[in-house]
Design a protein around this ligand. Structure first.
Ligand code: ADP
Ligand code: MG
Length: 680
């Protein structure tokens, strides 16, 4: 019976239920998965070392002939050792094998092998323990090294992959249509699979990898593009009136070019027959809220409602105040929906939303609840998008008839990656900060200067300003770590002891946190000592100092977000990074913060230092996991795949042609893997 790529690995000769369970752990369920389980590296057997030169302390490859075998020695229950003596004809090597009897028995006296392991002992008595053993024919080849799990050996995976290629190789069907392979110079699937596991040479390996990476990124891009097209159903909430002059005239400031451009991008989208689906990305403090407010104003002018969703109560409340202030001159009613409302207030709010009396509804995910129904929802805004799942955004949109969607985010991501991550969105970027915004003066100090820094903070507070001090953890689990509670104790002996201060941390109840933030915003508290919960979006223009303890514990982008909490008003602002960590990478990070103000530059640097995996972390929302490709290092292929995807879809938007069938299936699979349903 011919095997199929979707058949479970269990059907392969040599894979029983036990091994299949181990494969499960590695995410390898089907034979197709196994074939795409590419090695994490290769052993290069092209130049084995003479034994005499191999005492390097590293794993090395030795070519040697077995000349004597010494039978099993039982050391104790469960531990047997076998000894093998080998020579490269100038130096001898004593090899010890533990427990693996079959390996010992397979070795033949008088035969040459390749041994991979560490060589120890003296030159006269060289030894190797528990080596990996390969036939001599492997010399010159590259041997795959797989990521493993306890109970599964490299050798077993290698054998299973070989078997899969053997039984299945002939009926491999290539998902990439012939023409596409030709256009982009890509090798056939079979060649790619054979050479990614067992490369003929390094050139063949790179040809193979390129093809597999291309395919993976193409499938990803196809999926993202199809998602985007799916959102292109007709809408009944097109904007007809787009005159903004009255709104602009009531603003206390002139909008920046970036803000205006973002607004115009949105207006253009919102006049079309298909709903807007746009990301406005702008550094912290770039004034994204006003973009949303302008569009809410236009909603009212067009007889539509708008919903604004924020990730925390305090942010929702802050938005509510901003929107109410800016929109009240136009008789636009705003309403705040949060957990704090009692049943009666809630019912009243729900009624005014349903009747259409209330135009702009602002809230947390309380907005998503079923009893909240709109009369005519025209615009859905989600702030700090990375805090929400793609699903929540969709749930809010489902409360209207294909409303326009605006997503706002301060997470700065290089454009190519933004296109990928937000591939289902158009992007407007606000590059500048409002005029007159002074850069936040940033300095990095050692803890020996802390006292002076605290004295400086005291002066700021005496002058009527406020300050944040951020500590990475709340309890002193690790001795050297400055935690918030211990910190407050220390402050008792410093100039800051007289200031009104409070601690804000992640273990507090949401209500307590809110109350504290409110008190800080209202100026009742001068000094907020916090863990990173202050990270998101709070706007307190009177705060002028952000001091960050153990700055080495934070990622660059996180430091930048934290710094963005100050420098929001007319006062000079300061960011003080405290760190005694002397490592080169930390030095570079702190230097980046001291010299760079722009979030996009900082993000680029962050990517360079950390690599995309860490950079995205949990923010990777919605993006399926990639097996082979790496978003950052394969950026060029990513672009090519994007072009190819768009070309393909322009001819066959649903991938319905027979030659695209296999691709379409892959797209579905990739996105389903991620627990998202998606197409059609
Ligand atoms: P973010 O993009 O981080 O959400 P906000 O919308 O919270 O930024 O704006 C930050 C601060 O800048 C707010 O106090 C806001 O009133 C102010 N602001 C916004 N736009 C302008 C502008 N064009 N000129 C001056 N101040 C502005
Ligand atoms: Mg904001």
């Amino acid at each position: 019976m011919p095997l199929h790529q979707d058949d479970p690995v269990r059907l392969l000769t040599g894979v029983g239920p036990k091994r299949a369970a181990l494969y499960d752990k590695l995410g390898v369920h089907t034979i197709g998965d196994l074939l795409l389980y590419v090695p994490r590296g290769y052993l290069d057997f092209s130049s084995p070392l003479p034994i005499a030169q191999s005492h390097t302390g590293e794993n090395v490859v030795i070519r040697a002939k077995v000349y004597k075998k010494q039978g099993e020695q039982r050391i104790r229950k469960g531990l047997s050792i076998f000894r093998v003596y080998a020579t490269d004809e100038s130096t001898d090597l004593k090899i010890t094998i533990y427990n693996t009897k079959y390996l010992f028995e397979s070795l033949k006296e008088g035969t040459w092998y390749l041994f991979y392991g560490k060589v120890t002992g003296s030159l006269l008595h060289s030894e190797m323990s528990a080596p990996q053993v390969f036939p001599e024919q492997a010399a010159g080849a590259m041997i795959p090294v797989y990521s493993l799990t306890e109970g599964l050996s490299n050798r077993q995976v290698t054998e299973n992959v070989k078997e899969a290629l053997r039984v299945w190789g002939d009926c491999l069907s290539d998902a990439l249509p012939h023409r596409l392979r030709q256009d982009y110079g890509l090798c056939q699937l079979r060649f790619a699979l054979e050479n990614v596991h067992f490369p003929a040479d390094s050139h063949a390996l790179s040809v193979a990898r390129r093809r597999l990476i291309f395919e993976e990124l193409l499938v990803l891009q196809l999926g993202m593009a199809m998602l985007k097209n799916r959102n292109r159903a007709e809408t009944s909430v097109q904007l007809k009136r787009t005159e903004l002059a009255a709104f602009l005239s009531k603003l206390p400031f002139k909008l920046t070019n970036g803000q205006m451009q973002a607004i115009y991008d949105c207006i253009q989208d919102m006049q079309k027959a298909v709903p807007m689906n746009r990301l406005v990305q702008g550094d912290v403090g770039s004034g994204k809220t006003m973009v949303a407010a302008a569009l809410c104003y236009l909603c009212k002018e067009n007889g539509l409602q708008a919903a604004v969703m924020a990730p925390t109560q305090i942010l929702a409340e802050q938005h509510y105040e901003t929107f109410s202030r800016q929109l009240s001159p136009f008789d636009i009613q705003c309403c705040l929906l949060n957990g704090a409302k009692n049943a009666k207030q809630r019912a009243a709010a729900a009624a005014s939303i349903q009747s259409g009396e209330c135009t702009v509804v602002i809230g947390t995910h309380a907005l998503l609840q079923e009893d909240i129904r709109f009369k005519k929802l025209g615009l859905v805004v989600t702030d700090e998008q990375h805090r929400f799942g793609v699903g929540q955004r969709a749930a809010l949109a489902a409360k209207g008839d294909h409303p326009h969607i605006l997503v706002m985010s301060a997470t700065p991501i290089p454009r190519t990656l933004a296109l990928l991550i937000y591939g289902d969105l158009d992007v407007s970027v606000i590059r500048e900060l409002p005029a007159g915004r002074k850069p936040v003066r940033t300095m990095a100090i050692g803890s020996d200067k802390r006292l002076r820094a605290l004295g400086f903070i005291k002066k700021q507070i005496d002058a009527g300003r406020q300050a944040y001090i951020v500590c990475p953890l709340i309890e002193e689990n690790e001795s050297e770590l400055v935690s918030a509670q211990a910190y407050v104790k220390k402050l008792e002996k410093t100039p800051l002891s007289q200031c009104s201060s409070a601690i804000l941390h992640g273990r507090m109840k949401a209500k307590e946190k809110e109350a504290l933030m409110r008190a800080f915003r209202d100026g009742e508290i001068s000094l907020l000592i916090a863990t990173t919960v202050v990270e998101v979006g709070v706007d307190v223009p009177n705060a002028t100092v952000m001091m960050i303890e153990n700055a080495e514990r934070f990622g660059l982008s996180q430091l930048h977000q934290l710094r963005g909490r100050v420098g929001r008003g007319v006062y000079d602002s300061y960011c003080i990074l405290v760190s005694d960590h002397k490592g080169e990478e930390n030095r570079r990070r702190l230097h980046t913060m001291v010299t760079m103000q722009n979030g996009f530059d900082v993000a680029q640097e962050d990517l360079k230092l950390r690599g995309p995996g860490d950079f995205f972390g949990k923010r990777q929302h919605g993006l399926p996991e990639l097996r082979i490709a790496d978003l950052l290092s394969d950026m060029k292929t990513l672009e090519t795949a994007r072009t190819a995807a768009n070309r393909l879809l322009s001819e066959d938007p649903q991938l319905a042609f027979p030659e695209h069938h296999a691709l379409e299936k892959k797209v579905r699979r990739l996105f389903l893997q991620n627990g998202q349903v998606v197409f059609n």
